[in-house]
Structures are given as structure tokens and as C-alpha cells.
Design a binder for this molecule. Structure first.
Ligand code: BES
Ligand code: MN
Ligand code: ZN
Length: 526
């Protein structure tokens, strides 16, 4: 398992903070760089003035995602000082808002693989900016520990300079509270969740079978449960036999072509509440550990990325673990629908009819539209327990990527849920965009042989929306949001911002923010 970096805060100025590398940010204004260093300047004015003069001659303009590294000696730092021996400047582009800071901190931390200790002197004088810098740095520092041969080890230690950190002197007073402690605690939990989601996606599919995924989920849940006093995190794994006897025809059908049988994992975080009733949110994740397309086989070029087709389940699992680790006062039931979609002698065929958990019959027209089949079962089982809201996360359609590209997720569903997800995403620094579920497209799913067919034949129009309409059949009246993250879940291009190559962990931050929102709303209603 990939470890996150150590992180602390300090109220020192850059000149006193030490470290191996000092990280500064610059934005791009009028074609040139402007350092964002207010609180870091004290005591380091000569060096920072020299840096300001030097940057343009190095061709550094402060553009988004650019970095430049300068030895402090080149800035005339002759005097006795604890200024780090190197300075790294990261560009934020024209924006210098919270999202830009998160991304810049991530970009810098990624650049610093192999470094022991970096001191981040980015603007962090309010809680939101401090959180963004801490989260960005921790998420950007990630490297996949499973790689053979090994990648350069990640940045080991991070100190974030912030005036919110109590001065060392005041720490001697016993009862002095450190306002940065809960911010760092949350950032660590979030970064750990993101790292685990990335790890799960990056693992080769021969290693991460449905049973292996279920074991990882069980172990992680038991771990998180042991640490808690303010609630319980329970985990239950349905094996293939139980799935068959209890009527999960979607999951069984998709999984039957593989020698690695399917699983359904149910996690439940129940906070200990004082009298009041906690809101109950159900989360459902698509966990296709490898999607070959089945008998409706995909072309070769589409397949390597399909080890990431369990990203939705990874996001749901890790966000639930994070909610438990933070002791959030919201009840969460999380469902991971795990199966491997392979062709084989026992595989499901186009033309077969399956019955899902709620009794709906589905004609299989395309075995590559498998995600909606496993999600149908898990959604039906989730809403049967009457949650206040249900949210599903899935790498569901190639059409999602056509519509929104590789960095923006789509959100569909009930209007108020859609709005709540967008608000959570905004605070979390993730890009989601609202999409409609147009009624006229529903006719694409009519079948002469069953209640529904799983995919239109020979018509790709609005493919993401048709998939959303299919899922809607299984949620009843429960307020519902559907997150299609086919594009942003996996990055097979160059890294950018805090996003590495491979699994991205996209969605974890939004889900955690959404759960926190629900917890806060309940507390306000009490
Ligand atoms: N897992 C894919 C969707 C996908 C494609 C995710 C590319 C990430 C990158 C999904 O199971 C799928 O194959 N969907 C089909 C549906 C179609 C057959 C109706 C698709 O999008 O082509
Ligand atoms: Mn598929
Ligand atoms: Zn799939």
C-alpha cells in the first residue's frame, strides 16, 4: 500500500524554516510571474527580490503547471540563514484562487519525488487555502508503490508555512489549541483514501480479481473499525452462490464468463448518535475488475485502460473508509458490485435475458454494456433499505468521454441531488458537470422480450444519458445522483497538477465533501 507523506505546519518564515527545498508559487500577470509570498518574505527579502529579478531571465512566466528550480546560492544567500538550499517556484496561471493553490501544491509535490523535506510557502492564511495546499501537496506527492522496477520514492516530509499555526512559544502553554491540527487530520485521511483508490486502479487485473478486491475492502474496513469509538464500520461479502440464490441476476450474468467469480461487498458505517437520527446515504460503485467487453468484445486498443473499470467501487470504498476514520455523523451503506467481464464458454450472450434483484427482466443486447447490469442489482439492493439518498459512481460509458473529455466528470439524477453533488465538487476542487436525462431517449431501452434491454442496437446518440436512464429504473423514488467518471478516473496521458498517470482517485474528494455536507445538514436540523 502506498504511504502518504508526513505533513506538519509551522508559523516560521521561510528564512527560518529550513528544509531541502523551499516551494513558492507565482501567478501569471501581464505576461510575467508575480510571486505569491506575503508571509514567507520576512527575513528572506534579499533572496526573494533576487529571485523576482531572475525568474524572467529563466523563461519562467508563472504559467499553470510550470515549475523552475533555483539554487539559493544563486540568489546571493551568503548570510547565515536557515533558508533551504533550493527554491522551487510553481506557476498557478492567471488564477490564484483555492483551486489553483491545490493544483499548484500538487504539481510542486509531484516534481519533488526523491526529496526528503520540502517547505511550502504558498498562500495559506485562511483555513480553506491551508486545506487546499495540504491536500494538493499530499495528493501530488503520490507514487504507486507497486511498480516494478520501483519509481523514485515520493517526497517524504512536507511543512506548510501558515500564520494559522501557533508560534512555538505559545505551544508551551498547555491548553493552547492548534487550529491547523483538524485541517491536517482531514487532509491526511483524504489523501490516504485517494492513494488507496489509485492503488486499487493501478493494480494489474490478474491480481485484483473480484475476490481479491473484496478481501482488500474487508481488511481495510476492519482496520478502520478498530480505530473507532464513535461508531461501527461493518463489512459483509456476498459470494457468487449467495448472489445467485438471492436473485442478483445482473452481477451473476456479467461474472459468469470468468473463472474469477463475482462478489458484492456491503459496508456500513453507523455513527453513534446521541438520541438524534443520522441521515442515511447509500453509495454504489461499479467494480468491473477487467472489462474485455465479453462476447461483444472490445477492440484491442480499448482494453488496457479497462483495468480501471472498478474505479467507481474504489472511490465508494475509500470515501466510506474516510467517513468512518473521521467519525462523520452520517450513516453510510456502501455497495461494491464486483465482477470480471470476460468471454468464455459460460459467458452471457447477446440475446440472453436476466432478472435483476428487484425482478426487472433485461434482454442483453450488448455484453459490453455490463456496468449498468451490475449497478442495477446493487442500486436495487441499496434502495430496498430505504436510505435518504443514493449516489452511484461508475466508469459507465465511452460517451461520457466524448461529451466532457478526460478531466471532467458527469452528474445526472434528481435535481436537488445533482445540485448537492456540484456544490460538494466545487469545494473539493473536482470538475463535475450536470447532464440531463431526456425522456425521449428512454424508448431506446424498450425490448420485445423483457422489461428492458441493456443497450440500444446501432444507435450511439446520447449514450451516457441512455445509461443514466437505464439506472434510473432501479432507484424508485429515492433521491439519486449518478456520477459517470469514465474520463477522469484514469489518466493514460501525461501527469498534470496533482494528478498522476494511471488511477487518479477522481471522485473521492467530492464524495467525502458530500457526506460532510449531509452530516452538517443533519446537525443543523437537530
Ligand atoms: N467500461 C466501459 C466504459 C468506458 C469506456 C470506460 C472507456 C472508460 C473508458 C463500459 O462498460 C462500456 O463498455 N460501455 C459501452 C456501452 C455501449 C455498449 C452501450 C460504451 O460506452 O461503448
Ligand atoms: Mn463494457
Ligand atoms: Zn465497463
Amino acid at each position: 500500500m502506498s504511504q502518504i507523506s508526513e505533513i506538519t505546519t509551522s508559523s516560521s518564515s521561510a528564512a527560518d524554516a529550513g528544509g531541502d527545498v523551499l516551494v513558492l508559487a507565482a501567478r501569471l500577470a501581464n505576461g510575467g510571474p508575480v510571486l505569491l509570498t506575503e508571509s514567507a518574505r520576512v527575513g528572506a527579502e534579499p533572496e526573494l527580490d533576487a529571485l523576482t529579478a531572475l525568474l524572467p531571465t529563466l523563461g519562467f512566466k508563472g504559467a499553470l503547471d510550470t515549475v523552475v528550480r533555483v539554487p539559493t546560492a544563486a540568489l546571493g544567500g551568503h548570510r547565515q540563514s536557515k533558508l533551504a538550499p533550493q527554491v522551487l517556484v510553481v506557476g498557478t496561471g492567471e488564477a490564484d484562487d483555492t483551486a489553483a493553490l491545490r493544483r499548484a501544491a500538487g504539481r510542486a509535490a509531484r516534481e519533488l519525488a526523491g526529496t526528503d523535506h520540502a517547505v511550502f510557502a504558498l498562500p495559506a492564511d485562511n483555513p480553506d487555502d491551508l486545506a487546499a495546499v495540504a491536500e494538493g501537496a499530499l495528493e501530488g506527492a503520490y507514487t504507486w508503490s507497486g511498480r516494478v522496477p520501483e519509481s523514485t520514492s515520493p517526497l517524504a516530509r512536507i511543512t506548510v508555512l501558515t500564520p494559522l499555526s501557533p508560534a512555538p512559544r505559545t505551544l508551551l502553554h498547555r491548553n493552547r489549541v492548534d487550529a491547523t491540527a483538524p485541517i491536517l487530520a482531514r487532509a491526511r485521511v483524504l489523501a490516504q483514501a485517494v492513494a488507496m483508490a489509485r492503488d486499487l486502479v493501478n493494480d494489474p487485473p490478474a491480481k485484483l480479481t473480484p475476490a481479491a478486491f473484496a478481501d482488500r475492502a474487508r481488511r481495510a474496513a476492519e482496520d478502520a473499525d478498530r480505530a473507532r469509538k464513535d461508531g461501527r464500520l461493518k463489512v459483509e461479502v456476498y459470494d457468487d452462490e449467495r448472489l445467485a440464490t438471492e436473485g442478483f441476476g445482473g452481477i451473476v450474468g456479467v461474472g459468469q464468463g470468468s473463472v474469477h467469480p463475482p462478489r458484492l461487498v456491503r459496508l456500513e458505517w453507523s455513527p453513534r448518535t446521541r438520541g438524534g437520527r443520522a441521515a442515511h446515504v447509500a453509495l454504489v460503485g461499479k467494480g468491473i475488475t477487467f472489462d474485455s467487453g465479453g462476447i461483444s468484445l472490445k477492440p484491442p486498443a480499448s482494453m488496457p485502460a479497462m483495468k480501471s473499470d472498478m474505479a467507481g467501487a474504489a472511490v465508494v470504498l475509500t470515501a466510506t473508509l474516510a467517513a468512518a476514520r473521521l467519525g462523520l455523523p452520517v450513516r453510510v451503506t456502501a455497495w461494491l458490485a464486483l465482477a470480471e467481464n470476460l468471454p468464455g464458454g459460460k459467458a452471457q450472450r447477446p440475446g440472453d435475458v436476466v432478472a435483476t434483484f428487484d425482478g426487472t427482466t433485461v434482454e442483453i443486447t450488448n455484453t459490453d454494456a455490463e456496468g449498468r447490469l451490475v449497478m442495477a442489482d446493487a442500486l436495487a439492493a441499496a434502495v430496498a433499505q430505504s436510505p435518504d439518498a443514493v449516489m452511484d459512481v461508475a466508469t459507465l460509458t465511452g460517451a461520457q468521454i466524448v461529451a466532457l473529455g478526460e478531466r471532467v466528470g458527469a452528474v445526472m439524477g434528481s435535481e436537488s441531488m445533482r445540485a448537492d453533488v456540484l456544490a460538494a465538487a466545487e469545494g473539493a476542487g473536482e470538475d463535475f458537470w450536470p447532464m440531463p436525462l431526456p425522456a425521449h431517449l428512454r424508448a431506446n431501452l424498450d425490448s420485445p422480450f423483457a422489461d428492458l434491454r441493456n443497450a440500444p442496437v446501432g444507435n450511439r446518440a446520447g449514450g451516457m444519458l441512455v445509461a443514466g436512464l437505464f439506472l434510473r429504473e432501479f432507484v424508485g423514488d429515492t433521491p439519486w445522483a449518478h456520477l459517470d467518471i469514465a474520463g477522469p478516473a484514469y489518466n493514460d496521458k501525461a501527469p498534470w497538477g496533482l494528478t498522476p498517470q494511471g488511477g487518479t482517485g477522481f471522485g473521492v474528494s467530492t464524495l467525502l465533501a458530500f457526506l460532510e455536507q449531509r452530516a452538517a445538514a443533519e446537525a443543523a436540523a437537530d
